[in-house]
Design a protein around this ligand. Structure first.
Ligand code: ADP
Ligand code: GLC
Length: 483
């Protein structure tokens, strides 16, 4: 009989998304089912999920969840995605809000309560529904309490269930003041440095790491990087290095039902590696949409990104004067920190007609950029995996990336035809500019750039390969939990 696995996550496509986690949770279950694994998913019933017109129904089942000295009734709703069953935890007080975690300026003040309720609610719901999973796969700090509940308060019910934790980003740890510890209802033994205490505070990501049987990150390079310096490990490098024997990296994949230029409904014209004509139509439409004044024959660079320190906007902005001299156009789609919004808007003013910016989160536009650009720039300071480089390959939009984390694992430097993109090592404006110049140089050679596009589009990063690896590690986690 196949494994019975629960996946808990705070976002999932097509229901709610702020970043790549949603893409992963939207696609991985389908690939796991291909491995014969039965998957049940849990996520919060946010306002945007309730309003999204999805086929989601009340089950009539309620679980009571203790939050500090309150008991909150959480209603379970049910839906489906591929073959997987999804349960949505409804608690309007916490989840009927405009955003998932807070605004660009500030996180919601009660996130510790919101995600304690989610984590403990998942545990209560699994018991109430009689699911009996072999393993619970948790993702990021929002689910970091699930493993500690499994191993402490609820250990008798979960003695045969493995705790599996995937870190999608060390930069978000869910750190809260010690005074919130009572919200969790956990035994005080959990508040120590060997457990979830962190410099006098509570750290939910640390909880997930410390209490899980197996921990993964979303690329092999990142799984090594985070054990080295504070820049990568964000203070948990020691904790991670100590657990090196149960820490692994599995590269994310792509959902080609969503990201495929042959079938994409969002783009001006469809195309494939056999016939690239549609790509030129998409480029023309994109230049028009951004109101750029560049010619069709000039190289166009796309950027789609959360506007945070992680993504390399400082070196990008510093390199822009030199990059613009190369005769390129740039289109940016981003949402996030105000300082980067301002920086991008300023660049758009300085290079009017050649540098276009749209601030906001716009899924359809992200597809049009992938299709219409010639190159895709990801100069990340660090990158656990990154997904847009994969999407870019499929759309024949050549990635220019910094060699870090998943970008390093998926993109190889062109070097006279060997690689699938352009890759630079040093985190500096100079290294970035030099690499863009190489890409622009190749662009002049129409035959070579076409050959590179076709090669990129032919590469396969579907989820199957990753699902096989998750399956292996699920089995290892279960043997550890039961051994
Ligand atoms: P991260 O999760 O760190 O943001 P990833 O590359 O893994 O980075 O995933 C980002 C996902 O979010 C991609 O699917 C990307 O297309 C999408 N995305 C990022 N910013 C925006 C935006 N402003 N509008 C639409 N989609 C966006
Ligand atoms: C995180 C990372 C990104 C990764 C995504 C999905 O948000 O920043 O690199 O691709 O999670 O795993």
């Amino acid at each position: 009989m196949g494994l019975n696995v629960v996946i808990a996550a705070s976002e999932m496509l097509p229901f709610a998304k702020t970043g790549g986690l949603a893409d992963v949770i939207g696609a991985l279950p389908g690939a796991l089912e291909g491995e014969g694994i039965e998957v049940t998913i849990f996520m919060p019933l946010y306002r945007e999920v309730a309003a999204g017109g999805f086929d989601i129904n009340a089950t009539g089942i309620t679980v009571n969840v203790a939050i500090g000295n309150r008991v909150i009734a959480v209603e379970l709703y049910k839906g489906r995605h591929d073959k997987a069953v999804i349960y949505y935890l409804r608690c309007d007080e916490y989840f009927d809000r405009s955003y998932l975690y807070g605004t660009d300026e500030a996180a919601y003040f009660d996130n510790i309560e919101r995600f304690t309720l989610f984590s403990r609610g998942v545990i209560e719901a699994i018991m109430r529904l009689g699911i009996n999973p072999d393993l619970i796969h948790c993702n990021d700090w929002q689910t970091g309490l699930i493993p500690v509940y499994m191993k402490t308060l609820y250990s008798s019910a979960f003695s045969n269930t493995a705790a599996f934790f995937t870190i999608h980003n060390m930069a978000y740890q869910g750190v809260f003041p010690a005074s919130s510890f009572d919200v969790t209802g956990l035994p005080y033994s959990a508040f120590n440095p060997e457990a979830l205490e962190y410099w006098g505070q509570i750290n939910l990501l640390k909880s997930g790491i410390v209490y899980s049987d197996i921990v993964t990150t979303v690329s092999e390079s990142y799984s090594r990087e985070i054990q080295t310096t504070e820049d990568f490990g964000r203070g948990l490098e020691g904790v991670l290095a100590e657990r090196n024997d149960r820490l692994f990296g599995i590269l994310n994949g792509v959902d080609y039902d969503i990201w495929n230029p042959q079938t994409d409904k969002h783009i001006a014209a469809n195309y494939s590696n056999k016939d690239l004509k549609g790509k030129a139509v998409c480029k023309k439409a994109l230049i028009k949409e951004y109101g750029l004044k560049i010619r069709q024959g000039e190289p166009l660079i796309g950027i789609i990104s959360r506007l945070t320190d992680q993504k390399g906007f400082d070196i990008m902005a510093e390199g822009m004067p030199a990059v613009m001299k190369l005769g390129v156009g740039v289109v940016v789609l981003g949402s996030g920190e105000r300082k980067y919004q301002d920086l991008m808007t300023k660049l758009a003013k300085t290079y009017k007609g050649r540098f276009g910016v749209k601030i906001g989160f716009d899924n359809a536009l992200s597809h049009r950029i992938e299709a219409g650009a010639d190159f895709f720039l990801m100069p990340s300071r660090f990158e656990p995996c990154g997904l847009n480089q994969f999407y870019s390959l499929k759309y024949g939009t050549i990635p220019i990336v910094r060699a870090t984390g998943g970008l390093d694992d998926s993109i190889s430097d062109y070097k006279g035809g060997k690689g699938n993109g352009f890759k630079f090592k040093r985190y500096s404006a100079k290294a970035l500019t030099r690499k863009v110049a190489e890409a622009v140089e190749l662009f002049k050679d129409k035959k070579a750039i076409k050959a590179l596009r076709i090669k990129a589009m032919t590469e396969d990063y579907s989820w199957k390969r990753s699902a096989v690896r998750y399956h292996e590690l699920y089995k290892l986690a279960i043997s550890k939990a039961q051994g």
